[in-house]
Ligand binder design. Structure first.
Ligand SMILES: [Mg+2]
Length: 342
């Protein structure tokens, strides 16, 4: 019987360029878990778990889950369908860990075949959209500084959802009066607040509203959508493909992130299901290295909105993979993920 793949995992501590605030919390560094799957020939597949307490995971649960999974490692990376089914059974709920293993398996398959993932999926890397750059919640002065630093990015995404939304939007428009601007309230508003805020979003030329409400209030999202003249996108309310049908008619689109979806194959299924319902598709990320950013970058030729700036927020990303020079996402051409150590 051939030997199963070997798994190793270690914790990465990543410093941010600036402390990052969203509606729920604030942080200066993040810890992620790097996963390496090695086959019998010594070829390595890379993955990264970015556990989110919001989705019930921590670095400690991620390490424990990886340790537990080491008894269930497949013999080869090639049967991705069965490997991911097994992952779902063995690591239910550990979504970021499953995403890391899914990524490492796909990286290994691409490396074995000598093709980048986007080619494995039959996609044209030239069709990758522009990526937004995210401005976290901050004081007006610091927001202006961050917007100046983000001069090369033509599209900004701004975190709102606390009590200073107008102040934040005013500060941004002082420095970037004409840039495309999208907002993400990260569950920070009520239906009433969101509907009251819609004229303010119009006043500042905001083009997309992401997750205004708590994730369970699907009908509330529908009510906001009836009042809104800009697309409403579900992020926290949409984890996996089966979350999409209840969102039909309630939002205009969904935001896919591997750390919550837990699988590259599931992400591709979500795109197909959203498209079948004429919904927009966005792909987002956590604050994480180029390993975790580059995996979804490979399927961005299939999506409308890209928000893959997580590694760009880091002070020193240990990896090089997908880049967003001048806002344009570039998918690397190397086999698998095409990611290498910096
Ligand atoms: Mg979001």
């Amino acid at each position: 019987m051939p030997a199963p793949l070997q798994l190793t995992a270690d914790v990465l501590t990543l410093k941010l360029k600036h402390p990052f605030k969203i509606a729920r919390h604030s942080y200066e560094e993040v810890r992620t878990v790097r996963v390496v799957l090695r086959d019998a020939d010594g070829l390595e597949g890379l993955g990264e778990a970015t556990p989110q307490t919001f989705y019930g995971e921590t670095v400690a649960t991620a390490l424990a889950a990886l340790n537990f999974y080491s008894d269930y490692l497949p013999e080869t990376a090639f049967d991705l369908e069965e490997a991911e089914r097994q992952l779902e059974r063995v690591l239910t709920g550990n979504n970021s860990v499953r995403a890391a293993i899914s990524t490492a398996l796909h990286d290994l398959v691409g490396k074995r075949l000598g093709v980048p993932l986007y080619k494995l999926w039959g996609l044209d890397a030239g069709k990758a959209p522009m990526s937004t750059f995210t401005i976290g919640i901050d004081t007006p002065e610091r927001i202006k500084m961050k917007v100046r630093e983000a001069a090369q990015y033509p599209v900004l995404k701004v975190k709102v959802g606390r009590d200073n939304d107008r102040e934040i939007l005013t500060a941004i428009r002082e420095v970037a009066p004409t840039k495309e601007l999208r907002v993400d309230a990260n569950c920070g508003w009520t239906v009433k607040q969101a509907i009251r805020n819609l004229p303010m979003l119009a006043e500042f030329g905001v083009t997309v509203l992401e997750q205004p409400l708590v994730r369970t209030d699907i009908d509330g999202l529908g009510e906001i959508r009836r009042h809104a003249s800009i697309p409403v996108i579900a992020d926290e309310s949409c984890i996996v493909a089966s979350d999409i049908p209840p969102l039909v008619g309630k939002v205009d689109g969904i935001n896919i992130k591997l750390a919550k979806t837990g699988s590259l194959r599931e992400a591709i299924r979500m795109i197909a299901i959203a498209r079948a319902h004429h919904m927009m598709v966005m792909v987002g990320c956590m604050v994480e290295t180029s390993i975790a950013i580059t995996a979804p970058a490979h399927f961005t030729p299939l999506v409308d909105i890209v928000d893959l700036d997580g590694a760009a927020l880091l002070a020193d990303d240990p990896y090089v993979g997908a880049t967003i020079d001048g806002g344009q996402l570039k998918i690397p051409d190397g086999p698998g993920l095409g990611v290498r150590a910096r």
